[in-house]
Design a binder for this molecule. Structure first.
Ligand SMILES: [Zn+2]
Length: 317
């Protein structure tokens, strides 16, 4: 069921699994009253309330999936499970610290010191203040199986969007709760978290290929409508990144060397805006996206990188 969100993104899909031993909630959404009330109403349709929820599984640690899990854990003692590798970002979280310290470091390396300074001066958005960001009761490992009472979900570690992202597969029905790993209309952001993996795009593309190599599944994403095929959508996302990588290589061939300069040469959003027409947050995302593609190219020896005065410069290998 789609739950409203207090951010640009319209809604997050929460899933209820009705097992013989009770209700499991996957991705309960943002800890705010509108979303919470909607979920409470949905549970009421099954004669249940929040205290009856047996467990919460979260695909990843982003606010729009996990923060209500933390609230219900505190309020009702609900058992919460989250991918193990999310501990990096949760351990590092400081509610009062500037929210983009890690990203601004990457911006400096990417040759965008002015934007880095701007991001350092930012305070946490009002919406995020006061949200609980706790460790779960249980850290999920790759391949772990959850017997939900007649329904079995197995967790597939799919790092990329975040380090500890999990897709939950129900083999009997041939369905996958794909979280933000495979989304129907948009390309998920990569490594938007407190402590990101420097090779996040390498990990992400590997995590997409997992769905080419296994029997095809119906796709239940965390945003947007269900889709018939995880394999088909994974292939589209891989093709999108191939195009992006080729485009970035062409800018390296033309003599550009930093993430900032390459990003400034590329069109952004479907309106083909220039980098300097984007707001700071979107400009940051654009530069970090290019930077993760450049790191990918270096990782697979299609580019070589050297660091001068704290800035990473790339050229074609
Ligand atoms: Zn999301």
């Amino acid at each position: 069921m789609p739950l409203a969100l207090p951010i640009e993104l319209e809604s997050v899909n929460c899933y209820l699994v009705l097992g013989d031993d009770g209700i499991t909630v996957v991705d309960p959404g943002w800890a705010w009253d509108d979303g919470e009330q909607r979920l409470v109403r949905a549970l009421a349709a099954f004669d249940a309330g929040p205290p009856d929820v047996r467990r919460i599984l979260a695909t990843h640690q982003h606010w729009d999936h996990y923060s209500l899990a933390c609230r219900w854990r505190r309020e009702f003692g609900t058992h919460v499970a989250l991918g193990r590798e999310e501990h990096h970002s949760i351990d590092d979280y400081e509610a009062d610290a500037p929210p983009y310290l890690h990203q601004s470091e990457l911006l400096r390396t990417g040759g965008a010191p002015d934007l880095a300074a701007l991001m350092d001066a930012r305070t946490r958005p009002v919406l995020e203040r006061g949200l609980a960001f706790d460790s779960p009761d249980h850290w999920i490992s790759d391949g772990e199986r959850f017997d939900l009472g007649g329904v079995e979900l197995s967790a597939v570690h799919t790092p990329g969007h975040t380090r500890g992202h999990m897709v939950f597969v129900e083999d009997k029905a041939g369905l996958a709760l794909t979280g933000d790993h495979i989304l129907p209309r948009i390309t998920p952001s990569i490594a938007f978290e407190n402590i990101a993996d420097p090779l996040a795009l390498v990990r992400y593309l590997e995590s997409l290929r997992l769905f080419l190599d296994r029997p095809d599944l119906g796709m239940l994403p965390a945003h947007g409508l269900p889709q018939p095929s995880t394999a088909a959508r994974a292939a589209e996302l891989l093709a999108h990144h191939d195009e992006r990588l080729a485009e970035i290589e062409s800018h390296l061939a033309a003599g550009l060397t930093t993430a900032h300069d390459v990003a400034a040469a590329m069109p952004w959003t479907r309106h083909a805006k220039r980098l300097d027409e984007l707001g700071p947050l979107h400009a940051m995302t654009a530069i970090l996206e290019v930077s993760s593609h450049l790191q990918y190219l270096a990782h697979v020896d299609r580019a070589a990188s050297t660091t001068r005065a704290g800035v990473a410069h790339y050229e074609l290998a």
